[in-house]
Design a protein around this ligand. Structure first.
Ligand code: FE2
Length: 181
């Protein structure tokens, strides 16, 4: 139901395999299934994480605005907390990317296009599930990036930020799960 987030092609970090952290067996690539292009641009996959955060901000804020019904107050406040959390995560990531690669890494058309792709086809009335799916996608992206950082492809400061973003996403996922239970 939240296929867009779950199936989004995440370009692997340079030299990294896409998917779960190392040690987790992976299914072989299926023939005929388009593979995400490996981005040669430094920071290419980290900008996908930024685009996903931008999309999540919009999704959570929209859910905040459109909450209604008997659970209005709870959901309205939940989504406000979620988009506030995403907002706090987005800015330092963008600034790290600029510090690492340069401002040319943040092309507004590319970022907004990728963010729009994440948001396309989200089912109305499934905001909690869509949020959880988005958090899982983000955590998968971040896990790959953290592994890349551990192998020296990003600085310790970037690795530290990625860990913080992962922690923050886990907290949001917890909140969503408790509302879904
Ligand atoms: Fe508000």
């Amino acid at each position: 139901m939240f296929r867009k987030f779950a199936s989004v092609g995440v370009p692997p970090a340079p030299g990294m395999q896409e998917g779960p952290p190392s040690g987790v067996p992976q299914a072989p690539a299926q023939q005929g299934v388009p593979q995400a292009p490996v981005q040669q641009q430094p920071g290419g996959s980290i900008t996908s994480a930024l685009a996903l955060l931008m999309a999540m901000y919009m999704m959570y804020q929209h859910a905040h605005w459109t909450s209604k019904g008997p659970l209005f107050y709870m959901r309205h406040d939940l989504f406000a907390r979620l988009y506030g959390s995403v907002s706090k995560d987005t800015d330092p990531l963008a600034e790290k990317i600029v510090g690492m690669v340069g401002s040319e890494a943040l092309q507004i058309s590319a970022l907004s296009g990728e963010a729009a792709g994440f948001l396309q086809g989200l089912p109305p009335g499934q905001e909690l599930q869509s949020g959880l799916s988005a958090e899982e996608s983000l955590q998968n992206m971040l896990a790959g990036l953290i592994n890349a950082a551990k192998s020296g492809q990003f600085s310790p400061g970037v690795e530290n930020l990625l860990q913080q973003l992962f922690d923050s996403s886990e907290t949001r996922a917890y909140l969503l799960k408790q509302h879904l239970a």
